[in-house]
Design a protein around this ligand. Structure first.
Ligand code: HAX
Length: 450
């Protein structure tokens, strides 16, 4: 058994009694209430999911296993000469809660190396897609195709103990994660480089190998590591994480679950926002003839977007209420490596201009930039100009967190997800009953004004 699997096994054994005790002795303890606004409004803020892999504080941003992102980047081991840590080390941390030593990471790097070869049929499936197919659709389908490889599905059919579900899910996860950079870089080669594929280099870690297969020199290896790590997890309620968890709760295997979560990630209000940012910025570059706009011109462009009924891509968040630390980390990278880049200058001006405008407009609960406001411009700078591909890059990173969560869901025996739905009639009756019972017989106090 590998060090990672052994450590995970030990952590699972330690953790199980905690979950079991909560369910057995405290099952009735109320942790939240549901309002009509939440039931109609996307369950916003409803505390109804459990994960120990990451936690999102509205003010502070994401913590992975209790560590802030700057701490994660500082503490995880790095390849020699690299600025950013091993992605494989992050996977160790997400799964076990422990910062791995250099030799522990090396072992995971080795596991990934051994499992990265793609079955031939995956290339054939990708080749069979009609040209101009969206890369996210191909990515999701390529993963789905590999479902026949699922170790969990085979063992489940043969009959295994519930207590062991996590083990085969762990194997499936490693097998899939190791292949994702190969799948993604081949999709890129096929769609945009006339099928000119660069073979993987087995001496490299995941981030460096991805940069190599994309044909982009240093520091793109660090960009890949940064990109995969910051996108890995954002607790369980976001669309991609929740979809992965939901689909896996029916005991669908990792391939089915990750393919499904990518379909949620592909939406414009979620992972697609990074390409929307680029499209929007390019529109402005064109209008400005490549010149830097004045602050007033930039403000006008932002207001024009809002007045035409569109959102400002890369700003706002369903949970966060300050600048996303993932934005800040990328901004720091840009300041070091590409501070004279035209799009970075635009983005930095937006950082100054957009929040006061969103505040003045008074709709968005969070006027600050999110992760997507910066990520696209970095890939663009290093030559990936096909911005519909950016969500694929997000998807590789997000798969790390979702597989870690599903392994733990299986380890702790989380059941089939099955909330209850009610009808509008029922809601209206509840609303009337509450209104009659209220002293002023009126509407709730906290409802949105028209
Ligand atoms: N520009 C303009 N209006 C915005 C806005 C923005 N950036 N962000 C929110 N609003 C508006 C909403 O559209 C909503 O308007 P209505 O009441 O007319 O429907 C109102 O402000 C309240 O929304 P909210 O509660 O602040 O935000 P939500 O939780 O509903 O949505 C979103 C969160 C991220 C989807 C939203 O802020 C948005 O659309 N942002 C732009 C797209 C984007 O950057 N998405 C990526 C988010 C990060 C992520 O998940 N990446 O994967």
């Amino acid at each position: 058994m590998s060090v990672l699997k052994e450590r995970l096994h030990q952590k699972i054994e330690e953790w199980r009694p905690r979950t079991q005790k909560l369910v057995k002795d405290y099952c009735d303890v109320v942790i939240d209430q549901v309002t009509i606004a939440q039931a109609i409004g996307g369950m916003r803020g409803l505390k109804s999911l459990v994960t120990d892999i990451s936690y999102l504080d509205p003010q502070e941003g994401i913590r992975y296993r209790g560590y802030t992102l700057p701490e994660v980047f500082e503490k995880l081991p790095k390849p020699e000469g690299a600025e950013m840590p091993y992605v494989e080390g992050l996977f160790f941390l997400l799964l076990t809660g422990d910062i791995p030593t250099a030799s522990e990471v090396e072992e995971v790097v080795d596991e990934f190396r051994k499992r990265r070869i793609l079955p031939r049929y995956v290339y054939e499936v990708i080749d069979a897609f009609p040209s101009f197919s969206p890369p996210m659709a191909i990515f999701s389908a390529a993963i789905l195709t590999m479902q026949r490889e699922s170790f969990f599905a085979k063992k489940y059919q043969g009959g295994i103990s519930k207590m062991d579900y996590w083990d085969t899910t762990f194997e499936d996860s490693l097998n899939l994660l190791a292949k994702l950079p190969e799948v993604a870089s081949y999709i890129y080669a096929k769609l945009y480089r006339g099928g000119q594929r660069i073979q993987s280099n087995p001496n490299l870690d995941m981030g460096a190998n991805f940069a190599h297969m994309m044909g982009i020199p240093k520091p793109y290896d660090d960009v890949s590591r940064l990109n995969f790590i910051i996108h890995a997890d954002h607790e369980s309620g976001n669309v991609s994480a929740h979809t992965g968890h939901l689909v896996a709760s029916s005991l669908s295997d990792i391939y089915l679950s990750i393919s499904a979560m990518l379909n949620g990630l592909a939406g414009p209000l979620h992972g697609l926002a990074n390409q929307e940012v680029l499209r929007w910025l390019q529109d402005l570059v064109e209008k400005m003839d490549g010149e830097i706009p004045t602050e007033d011109e930039m403000k006008q462009f932002v207001w024009d977007t809002l007045n035409s009924g569109q959102v400002i891509p890369g700003f706002g968040h369903a949970v966060l209420r300050k600048t996303d630390p993932r934005y800040t980390l990328q901004r720091e990278f840009c300041l070091t490596h590409m501070k004279d880049d035209l799009l970075f200058k635009y983005t930095d001006m937006l950082y100054k201009v957009v929040p006061p405008i969103l505040q003045e407009q008074g709709k968005a609960k969070n006027p600050w930039p999110n992760v997507d406001a910066q990520s696209g411009i970095i890939h663009w700078h290093y030559g990936i100009k096909e911005y519909e591909f950016y969500t694929v890059l997000f998807g590789i990173g997000r798969s790390l967190g979702i597989t870690a969560n599903i392994i733990w869901d299986r380890a702790l025996g989380y059941p089939l997800e099955r909330p209850k739905s009610i009808t509008t009639d029922m809601l209206e009756k509840m609303a009337m009953k509450a209104a009659q019972a209220a002293p002023d017989n009126g509407k709730s106090k906290n409802c949105k004004e028209d």
